[in-house]
Design a protein around this ligand. Structure first.
Ligand SMILES: [Zn+2]
Length: 300
C-alpha cells in the first residue's frame, strides 16, 4: 500500500512531465468515463492530496472548462511516464517494490506535447477510483480527508485539527486510527508501524494512550517530510548513521534496534470497514507492551 510520500513523489514526476502539455490523446478505461476524450485539453498541474492524485486540466476554447482527473493508487497502482523517449516509473527509481505491469492494466492514458515540443505520455496502471469532476467540486472526492501531512501550506491549525481528530478517536486502536485518512492523510502501513514504535505503544493500544496527540501529528509529518524526496525510506534518522532504515516494519524476527527483542508481526484491520482487509503491523513486544487486557478489551 503506497504511503503519502510515494504518492507525493509520483505526483512530482507527473507534474514535471505533464504540466503545460497539450493532450493529443486522453483515455479513461473505466466504465464510468469510457466515452471521455480529453484530446485538446491542457494539463495545468498534478497535485497530491493525501494518497490521492489530482490532475487539473483546462479544456479547449471557447468554454475552457476546468476539470480534475482524480485517481488513487490503492494497493498496487503506479504511473509510468515517458518523456523525451525514456520510459520510467517513479516507483522504479531505486525502489525494491517496483513490479512489472502489463499495458492492459492501464486505466488512464494521457499523451501529448509539452511546451518545449517534446512528446510525453503517462499511463496510470491499476489505478483506481478514476473520476473526472469540475475542479471546483474536487472536495466531493477528497473533502473527507483530514489534514494532508505533506501539504506545503501546512499551518499550526492543521496540527490542531489532526490532533483533535485523534482525540475524538480515543477509544479506537492506534494502529487502525493512524490509517484512517479522515483523521490525517498520508499514513500507510509502513508509517503506522513506525509511529507506534516511536510512541512506544502497541498498535492495539487505544489512541487515548498517546501522551500528546499534537506531538504525534508532528512526528508523522516529520517522517513523511524526511522521506518525501528520498527513494530509500528511513525513520531512524541519524541514529543509525548512514544505514538508515526502519525500526520495525518488515523486520520480522530481527532484533529490535532499541532493546534486542525479536520483532513480531500481527494482523490488524478496521472492524468498521469491511473493504479494508487485515494488514500486517510489526512491533517490538517489549518496547510496545500492551496495556492490561481489560483496558484493551474496552477498545472498539
Ligand atoms: Zn524493543
Amino acid at each position: 500500500m503506497p504511503e503519502g510520500d510515494t504518492v507525493f513523489r509520483q505526483c512530482a514526476v507527473l507534474h514535471a512531465a505533464l504540466a503545460g502539455a497539450r493532450l493529443s490523446r486522453g483515455e479513461l478505461r473505466v466504465p464510468r468515463h469510457g466515452a471521455v476524450d480529453l484530446g485538446g485539453w491542457e494539463v495545468l498541474e498534478v497535485r497530491p492530496r493525501g494518497k490521492h492524485v489530482l490532475i487539473r486540466m483546462r479544456g479547449p476554447a471557447p468554454e475552457r472548462r476546468l476539470l480534475t482527473l482524480h485517481s488513487h493508487l490503492v494497493m498496487d497502482g503506479t504511473w509510468r511516464v515517458r518523456s523525451d523517449g525514456r520510459l520510467r516509473s517513479p516507483r522504479d527509481e531505486g525502489r525494491a517494490d517496483a513490479r512489472g505491469k502489463a499495458p492492459h492494466t492501464a486505466r488512464i492514458i494521457l499523451e501529448g506535447v509539452r511546451p518545449d515540443g517534446r512528446a510525453v505520455s503517462a499511463s496510470g496502471l491499476d489505478v483506481q477510483q478514476v473520476r473526472l469532476v469540475p475542479t471546483g467540486r474536487e472536495s466531493e472526492l477528497v473533502g473527507h480527508l483530514g489534514p494532508d501531512l505533506l501539504d506545503p501550506d501546512w499551518r499550526p491549525e492543521h496540527t490542531a485539527r489532526a490532533a483533535a481528530n485523534l482525540e475524538e478517536a480515543g477509544r479506537r486502536a492506534l494502529g487502525i486510527a493512524l490509517l484512517d485518512q479522515r483523521i490525517m492523510a498520508g499514513i500507510g502501513n509502513v508509517y503506522r508501524s513506525e509511529i507506534c514504535f516511536l510512541e512506544r505503544l502497541h498498535p492495539r493500544a487505544p489512541v487515548s494512550a498517546l501522551p500528546d496527540p499534537a506531538a504525534t501529528v508532528e512526528l508523522a509529518r516529520r517522517l513523511l517530510r524526511i522521506n518525501r524526496d528520498r527513494t530509500r525510506r528511513t525513520t531512524t534518522g541519524g541514529a543509525l548513521g548512514r544505514e538508515g532504515g526502519l525500526w520495525t516494519y518488515g523486520r520480522l524476527g530481527r532484533p529490535c534496534r532499541r532493546c534486542g527483542t525479536r520483532i513480531v508481526r500481527e494482523y490488524l484491520g478496521d472492524p468498521l470497514r469491511a473493504d479494508h482487509g487485515e494488514r500486517s503491523v510489526y512491533l517490538c513486544p517489549r518496547c510496545q507492551a500492551l496495556p492490561d487486557e481489560a483496558f484493551v478489551q474496552s477498545v472498539s
